[in-house]
Design a binder for this molecule. Structure first.
Ligand code: CMP
Length: 141
């Protein structure tokens, strides 16, 4: 079964959207197997956004993600990586369709409410950055 890493960013937490976002993925039929409210340190931000290091907006990215608590999650289910990306909508909320999380709640590309892994490789990498193996909870013994 596939797993993905999703994170409600500081803007989403501050605006009280954690419950709404969890609700959408639960109702869709995915299982929450790990979750925590936490601050992202500069070190974790650097690891998480390593592929964006050379981008002009890297500084902004780190500043924003470390600016307040995030809600980090691991979700499990069939094709959860691609389906979660569809449910999130396009990276730029201006292009995200109504009915998607960013389409319904986001305005700017920097503060776009939620992060979700874009491939099985990034899901594995990102889950390992944010969660220890023992923090993931299986539903069956
Ligand atoms: P995410 O896909 O979670 O991870 C990379 C982030 O970079 C992306 O969300 C956007 O929030 C952010 N991003 C992409 N393009 C820009 C941009 N032009 N300016 C600021 N942030 C950006």
């Amino acid at each position: 079964m596939q797993k993905t890493f999703l994170m409600v960013k500081p803007d989403g937490v501050q605006r009280g959207l954690v419950g709404e976002i969890v609700n959408r993925f639960e109702k869709k039929g995915f299982q929450l197997v790990g979750a925590k409210l936490m601050h992202v340190t500069e070190e974790i931000a650097g690891q998480h956004y390593a592929e964006h290091k050379e981008r002009p907006f890297f500084g902004e990215l780190v500043e924003f993600i470390t600016s307040g608590p995030v809600f980090a999650m691991v979700w499990e289910g069939e094709e959860v990586i691609a389906t979660a990306r569809q449910m999130m909508g396009k990276t730029n909320p201006k292009e995200a369709l109504p009915g998607t999380i960013r389409g319904d709640y986001g305005v700017t590309v920097g503060k776009n409410i939620i992060h979700g892994s874009d491939s099985p490789e990034s899901a594995e990498r990102e889950i390992a950055i944010f969660f220890k193996e023992e923090e993931l909870v299986p539903y069956t013994k």
